[in-house]
Design a protein around this ligand. Structure first.
Ligand code: SIN
Length: 350
């Protein structure tokens, strides 16, 4: 007699599944429809049913946090998502948490959660480039990979991760680079954190210790705007940002976060009024450094000494992520003088 037949089946691990909408839950009128479909139609039951074998691998405790196109994500939804995810993570019965999300702002939600969730358990975001009803739907495979990653001990202690198209990304570096292709995601200023191939889950580097963590007060995050630099920028939008009450400005300048002379003048005036100013870049590769930072060999031209005193360098963060970090830091009433070090830490430059 095979003893296995009489042994009780091992209990399947429990995963949290928070759905927010997006293309992964999108529905079109025909299997050929891959654009102009409606995002956020399928619920968690539909999503799980579309992945053969998924519910044999794990049990799921699911909740719809939203059913939106992710262009419409708000700070209120981020906070709700963070609260629901943290409550699942705090439950000893839960092994990890999956979050399905539209791809358009997935990187921003992932980064916000990475700064605000605590604990060692995996939190995995995924989405899809093709709606659930399409012949070429990529959501089922992405959800399968996300579940496998959430169940893997290798994913513990790595903060919030994203998996798309068999690749694994950190929240800090992941970005969407293509509007339509299924391999739409990449890692800015570095490569993916790892990959999934069949049964194999491989990370390229050990988990990095010392992640930043913010306990946010209930008040709304301070307003921070992103200004996109361009040839001939006369700085008028810096003045407009101050007019709207911005407490922070992220300037996505050309090259290594360079500032056209009129813009630099306006930003210095903003800084003198107590507004936090971050120099970021329109580029998707290379670090944005302050003079005196540990520079890579091929660093571009250094910023002026005036900037060094006044502005924060975004390091490895894209403008959208620099904005979120600045908002979280300002929400905790971090003194302006301490902000450069926080950005260094976020970029692992210190
Ligand atoms: C969205 O971001 O909600 C729509 C696009 C997508 O998920 O790919």
């Amino acid at each position: 007699m095979n003893e296995n037949f009489s042994a009780p089946l091992p209990e399947r691990p429990l995963l949290g599944l928070l759905t927010t909408g997006g293309t992964i839950a999108g529905a079109g009128n025909t299997p050929a429809q891959t654009i102009d479909y409606q995002a956020g139609v399928w619920d968690a039951t539909d999503l799980l049913a579309a992945v053969p074998g998924l519910t044999a691998m794990a049990r799921f405790r699911s909740e719809a946090v939203a059913a939106i196109d992710s262009k419409d994500i708000t700070e209120a939804l981020w906070r709700k998502l963070a609260a629901r995810a943290q409550s699942l993570l705090d439950d000893p019965a839960v092994t990890g948490v999956l979050i399905t999300h539209g791809t358009d702002t997935l990187e921003e939600t992932a980064y916000f959660l990475s700064l605000t969730l605590t604990g060692e358990k995996p939190v995995i975001l995924t989405g899809a480039m093709r709606p659930a009803t399409a012949l070429s739907a990529d959501g089922p495979a992405n959800l399968w990979n996300a579940a496998r990653l959430a169940l893997s001990p290798k994913a513990r202690g790595r903060g919030v991760l994203v998996t798309m198209n068999d690749e694994i990304f950190t929240a800090a570096t992941v970005t969407k680079r293509a509007s339509y292709r299924r391999n739409a995601f990449t890692a800015e200023r570095g490569g993916p954190a790892g990959f999934i191939a069949g049964e194999t889950i491989r990370f390229f580097h050990p988990a990095a210790p010392g992640a930043l963590s913010f306990a946010l007060p209930k008040a709304p995050l301070p307003p921070v705007v992103i200004l996109y630099g361009y040839a001939g920028d006369d700085g008028a939008l810096v003045r407009a940002a101050l007019h709207t009450g911005a407490k922070g400005i992220v300037y996505a300048g050309p090259g290594m976060g360079s500032l056209p002379v009129p813009v630099e003048k306006e930003l210095l005036a903003a800084r003198a009024k107590g507004v936090a100013v971050v120099r970021a870049s329109r580029l998707t590769d290379g670090l944005i450094l302050s003079p005196g930072s540990p520079a890579p060999q091929n660093a571009d031209a250094a910023a002026s000494p005036k900037e060094e005193a006044a502005f924060i360098a975004s390091g490895s963060l894209s403008p959208v992520k620099a904005r979120i970090l600045l908002q979280c830091a300002l929400a905790q009433e971090t003194p302006l003088a301490a902000l450069p070090q926080i950005f260094c830490q976020a970029s692992s430059l210190s």
